[in-house]
Design a protein around this ligand. Structure first.
Ligand code: ADP
Ligand code: MG
Length: 616
């Protein structure tokens, strides 16, 4: 056979790489803002047109680039920020992959104007679809302006995939917030279609938060501060009474980089335990500083996840620090740091605070939950915080108010952030109106249409969050087996199980013996049936082999994913009314109901207007 392998031309490779880096205009905003920060700018201006679809432009007064660097900056893997692999573990910059500009230039019309401090004259460069169209000397101030026009002009499919302008603008503002919050000492400006959206002078952290989220925020903030050998924590949490039904202002920054971390989020939530109702989430702006050697930020292309070497200590410290701050500022009574779940009883707010205590009886009490406690096989675990339909969708309105975007009033939210009451009335809660399709989907009517839920994926999400909680907080219960189970595994497989033994025990497994090629199990999680144990463990071993998690949280995460997938009710299982309703309630009590642990869509909605179109 003739040789058939060819190297992809650069512009094609760049276009493919661009898919990872640039999903939407907001991705461009993030990369350009971060580059400006890395260039030590003290003032940064973001200009967008048509939600960034027509133009994203960032101007900074940073160090600028020489003529050669200007051209090189658009090459793939061209970076001034790292020189060797070791540098990856000592990062002090946002960027390091040298991919952003190359990717952006592959899928847009890009113009660059830049000048360094000591050169007389700057340079002006135009690029289209990875090709340099022109490079000329130009009279420009010190710093850099990059304009990205007509994003995805050469990939119509991607362009069509973009959401409405208000949604894309929302994403841009989110990215802008993240960078602006992390760098209060840098002045930021944002303009959309010619009008001012934000004008943030250089200031301190508190002032920056207030400038972004409005003057009312000031009195809601409780300062948090702690420094130990491995970790420095600074920032603010919102007083418990300002918690929200949907997740609103929740920001973690690690070494000035915005990150998402369900694990750290859990630590903060745990500190608030007993101070807020179950279905309310705390708000926070927390800045963590750790030794760059102790984290690995290299695991996600868009870099909002990181791995910590010692995440258990960080978890404990974060929780204790936030608890302490809440105590210190009279938000909570003096706290006992040793106790894991110390706040079960309602407490009195200090005399100063006239607001009502936030602890209330469970108004969402659901008689079906009792049933499940008696051992319903399909839904064998209990969750205290089952939210009613109403409570799910009210309260989201304050979200929109909190953001000061007066001239962007038409901003709309994506499905997970829908405003207003989606459901017609509480009748839905009775479950009468739901039905099952093909023993696979649960259909539930909504105010303007219907919601279709994938039963297996929904249950995976529910179990995943529960398991992850059990693994990290270690509070699961086991069911003792009358006759211990003897299972046989190969030596290497047993070693794998041995490695995750501790975590498995946190979910409720009791291993009385692991030796040679046999494992003896005398207790299993209440969530599963004895007959499922073999499958679950074998699948787990397979998943671990495939994913090779290193340590800590990512391992817990994958453990929970694997177990959830094994345990979830399968397609083909018929569910009665109560079970359907229970599943829906549990799903919407989850933190991320809309995606499965492996990032698949859990439910979709269909409007009557969508249906109407079919009958035209
Ligand atoms: P990375 O940020 O990962 O290094 P980029 O593709 O974002 O990769 O940028 C490539 C290089 O271009 C950077 O390493 C930097 O040297 C230079 N650069 C990009 N933006 C700017 C800017 N605003 N000011 C100065 N230099 C910049
Ligand atoms: Mg960069």
């Amino acid at each position: 056979m003739a040789d058939i392998i060819q190297l992809l031309p650069d512009h094609v490779a760049n276009q493919i790489a661009a898919g990872e880096v640039v999903q939407r205009p907001a991705s461009v905003v993030k990369e350009l803002l971060e580059n400006a920060i890395d260039a030590k700018a003290t003032s940064i201006t973001l200009v967008i047109k048509d939600a960034g679809k027509t133009l994203v432009q960032v101007t900074d007064n940073g160090i600028g680039m020489s003529v050669t660097d200007a051209r090189l900056s658009f090459e793939r893997h061209a970076t001034s920020k790292i020189k060797s692999a070791e540098d990856l573990f000592n990062l002090h910059t946002k960027g390091f992959r040298g991919e952003a500009l190359a990717s952006i230039a592959a899928i847009a019309h890009v113009e660059l104007k830049t000048k360094t401090e000591d050169s007389e004259i700057g340079t002006h460069l135009a690029i289209e679809g990875s090709k340099v169209i022109s490079q000329d000397p130009a009279v420009v101030p010190k710093g850099t302006t990059i304009s990205v026009k007509n994003l995805f002009y050469n990939i119509p499919a991607r362009r069509n995939f973009l959401k409405s302008n208000p949604v894309e603008t929302r994403h841009i503002i989110d990215e802008f917030h993240r960078v602006a919050l992390a760098h209060p000492n840098v002045a930021f400006q944002m303009l959309h279609n010619g009008s001012d959206v934000f004008n943030l002078p250089a200031s301190n952290s508190r002032q920056r938060i207030v400038n972004i989220f409005g003057s009312k925020t000031n009195e809601k903030l409780v300062p948090v501060s702690e420094e130990t050998e491995i970790l420095k924590i600074e920032g603010f949490v919102l007083k418990p009474e300002f918690g929200k039904k949907s997740r609103g202002e929740q920001f973690f920054f690690v070494n000035d980089r915005f990150i998402k971390s369900p694990y750290l989020h859990h630590a903060v939530s745990a500190a608030f335990e007993g101070l807020m109702k179950n279905d309310v989430h705390p708000g926070y702006f927390l800045f963590l500083d750790v030794d760059p050697h102790s984290i690995d930020i290299n695991i996600h292309p868009t870099k909002t996840e990181i791995k910590f070497d010692d995440e258990h200590s960080i978890y404990a410290m974060l929780r204790a620090t936030v608890k302490h701050s809440l105590g210190q500022f009279n938000i909570a009574p003096v706290l006992d740091f040793e106790r894991d779940k110390g706040f079960d009883t309602p407490y009195e707010y200090s005399k100063k605070s006239p607001t009502a205590p936030s602890i209330e009886v469970d108004r969402d009490f659901n008689p079906f939950k009792e049933k499940t406690k008696q051992g319903n096989i399909n839904f064998p675990f209990k969750r205290e915080q089952s939210a009613s339909w109403e409570s799910l969708y009210v309260g989201l309105k304050d979200e929109t108010e909190a953001v000061s975007v007066s001239n962007l009033e038409d901003i709309e939210f994506e499905s997970e952030e829908v405003t207003g009451s989606l459901f017609e009335n509480t009748e839905t809660e009775s479950g009468q109106l739901t039905f099952q399709l093909q023993n696979k989907y649960i259909v539930s009517p909504l105010k303007n249409g219907m919601m279709i839920i994938h039963q297996n994926l929904a249950h995976q999400r529910i179990l995943y969050e529960e398991l992850l909680k059990n693994i990290t907080v270690k509070e699961a219960v086991s069911q003792q087996l009358l006759f211990p189970l003897q299972l046989h595994f190969s030596k290497p497989d047993l070693e794998i199980i041995e490695k995750v033994r501790e975590q498995l025990e946190h979910t409720g497994f009791i291993f009385s013996e692991i030796k040679d090629e046999t494992i003896e199990i005398s207790g299993i999680p209440v969530l599963i049936l004895e007959s499922h144990v073999v499958n679950l463990l074998s699948q787990l071993v397979r998943d671990i082999k495939e994913e090779v998690p290193d340590s800590g949280f990512s391992q817990n995460d994958m453990l929970a994913k694997s177990m959830a997938a094994s345990m979830a009710i399968k397609t083909g299982v018929s569910l009665n009314r109560e079970e359907r309703e229970h599943l829906i309630n549990q799903l919407f009590a989850c933190k991320e109901p809309s995606v499965s642990p492996r990032n698949k869509l859990v439910f979709t909605t269909m409007d009557v207007s969508d249906l109407d179109k079919k009958f035209m």
